[in-house]
Design a binder for this molecule. Structure first.
Ligand SMILES: Nc1nc2c(ncn2[C@@H]2O[C@H](COP(=O)(O)OP(=O)(O)OP(=O)(O)O)[C@@H](O)[C@H]2O)c(=O)[nH]1
Ligand SMILES: [Mg+2]
Length: 249
């Protein structure tokens, strides 16, 4: 190779490397910009979600909790057929919009669908006294909430509030958690078998609640964070709920 050819070759080499570095740099910048846009949109979505949905079966105490928090007093309530909406002030963290979703089977899904998109948190209220009798219905409603596609994608924080702790025969939050885990396990097996029968070869994993191959546990419902706490709206003991609201806001 002549001296001139060698020079040309090395110039071509360095040009090729420069072009390669240029492409990597552009790809890096595009990647960073996309990440920044994604984070911005994701954060905006989270920040703009300021709703807290109170859900649960009829008579669990949602409206009494709502009135204690919003009006600071108990109001006489009857089975709600429409939602109650109120604004909660949270110290140093602005406001949250509290929505009391009626528990009546005929209307609850419609109201939940209306408000679930804006939910930053969901409080699932349980009557800790009548749980034995209602366990199947409670588990079914909770299962529906936890497998809701909007809940799965927005990942609001979830509090399972064991209300009516003032009742002498009320079960505590820990007992309720383990009783519910057993019931959710049975329900999950039934639901999974039904799904498999209906849609063979379908993407079963997307709606599978918890971890496959072991008994249902709330700790395994990733990426949702599910907590349990006790309360008594009647005795005006809503401290656990207030602490949770403060942490969620
Ligand atoms: N003992 C006791 N009773 C409660 C408590 N919280 C609510 N209740 C009573 O339970 C009944 C039902 O309460 P609501 O607040 O109306 O129930 P809800 O969940 O709004 O019911 P729906 O509107 O039908 O979905 C009322 O008689 C309340 O006074 C509590 O902490 N302890
Ligand atoms: Mg009500």
């Amino acid at each position: 190779m002549s001296k001139k050819d060698e020079t040309l070759h090395s110039v071509f080499d360095s040009d090729g490397k420069t072009a390669q570095w240029g492409t990597i740099l552009v790809a890096l910048i595009v990647g960073l910009i996309s990440l920044a846009v994604f984070l911005f949109v994701w954060r905006r979505g989270r920040v703009s979600r300021r709703g807290i949905c109170l859900v649960g079966l009829c008579e669990s105490g949602k409206t009494l909790i709502f009135s204690q928090l919003i009006y600071k007093k108990a109001i006489e309530s009857f089975t709600s057929m429409k939602e109650n909406v109120g604004v909660l002030d949270i110290a140093n963290k602005g406001t949250l919009r509290l929505v009391d979703v009626p528990g009546h089977e005929r209307v609850r899904q419609r109201f939940f669908d209306t408000y679930k998109n804006t939910a930053r948190g969901i409080v699932f209220v349980i009557d800790s006294f009548s749980l034995n009798k209602d366990i199947r219905d409670v588990a079914e409603y909770l299962y529906n909430v936890l497998t809701d596609p909007v809940v799965s994608s927005n990942r609001p924080q979830i509090l399972i509030l064991c209300n009516k702790q003032d009742h002498a025969l009320a079960k505590g939050p820990q007992v309720i958690q383990s009783v519910l885990e057993k019931e959710m396990n049975v329900l999950r097996n039934t639901q999974t078998n039904q799904l498999e029968a209906v849609a063979e070869g379908g993407n079963r994993k997307s709606s599978y609640l918890g971890q496959e191959g072991k008994n249902f546990e709330f700790a395994d419902v990733h990426p949702l964070r599910i907590e349990f706490a006790g309360a008594s709206a009647q005795a005006e003991d809503l401290e656990n709920l207030k602490k949770w609201l403060q942490s969620v806001a």
